[in-house]
Design a protein around this ligand. Sequence first.
Ligand code: RIB
Ligand code: CA
Length: 306
Amino acid sequence: MEKIIFDCDTGHDDAIAIAMAAGLKDEIEIVGIIASMGNSPLENTLRNTLNVAEAVGLECPVFRGSENPLVRQRVAAGDFHGESGLDGVSFPPRKRQECMGNGILWAIDTVMSHPGEITFVSVGPYTDLALCIKAEPGFAKALKKIVLMGGSMGRGNATPSAEFNIFADPEAAEIVYSSGAEIVAMGLDVTTKVTLTEEIHDRIRNMKDSGYKKLLLDQLAFYIRSNLTHNGSMPNMHDPCTIAYLADPGMFTLERHQVHVETKGELTYGRTVTGPVDETAPVSFGTDCDTERFWRLFFRSVGNLK
Ligand code: RIB
Ligand code: CA
């Protein structure tokens, strides 16, 4: 059983990752979720996270995380995920509320009282994770590992140089990559190879009916349109790659690299700069994925949801 703390900036692909984890509850235990600013402001991402967690039957605590990056001005979210940060989905009135208390302090307490047991998964800006690492010197070493969505050994998507999660808080990312923890990074090099094609969309339409199937189709209707409008392509499964890695790591090809983040450049701010392949390096970057295996896992996981 993989025990995880899931840190997200719930937009559409974060929501799919949460659902996949919920559908794999015999393999992945979400100890708690921390919602962070990123795709949209914290009040949106916290509300979206609570709504999705309730919709997929998760009972773990959901905490409020960082409202702003460590140093830079918060990145304007834009309309990629819509005004709510998860446009296309209308949720019923929600019963559950955020867990009161500071998500960063809760994460530090949880990890330090379970050394070596918990994996920190971050699929939004790494601000919360960086604050844990800086506030508690033993935190990085007490983690089982870190699994990230973010970065790129090639072009970015927020700018030509930077992938969004890094661009949203480059200083936090540098703290994480330099923490000494064992890191698996699902960057654009691999996540852009996992695309929700029209064939997959048809397979989702043909799934047995469930409350989650309707939610998924509603959110995809918006998300596919947004991707086609902004990128001219179908959506990539960026954040879900982290959950797929936890459930079936063998579907991914990884390369170990030293990684640092450009925090001084004007045009290159937020670029992840990787050294040559280095088997002693702490960061394993995804380079390829057996997408048949990914989608088999996807349908198995969401097929378990009501
Ligand atoms: O670059 C993709 C990442 O940025 C994903 O985590 C997506 O949710 C956005 O946060
Ligand atoms: Ca995200």
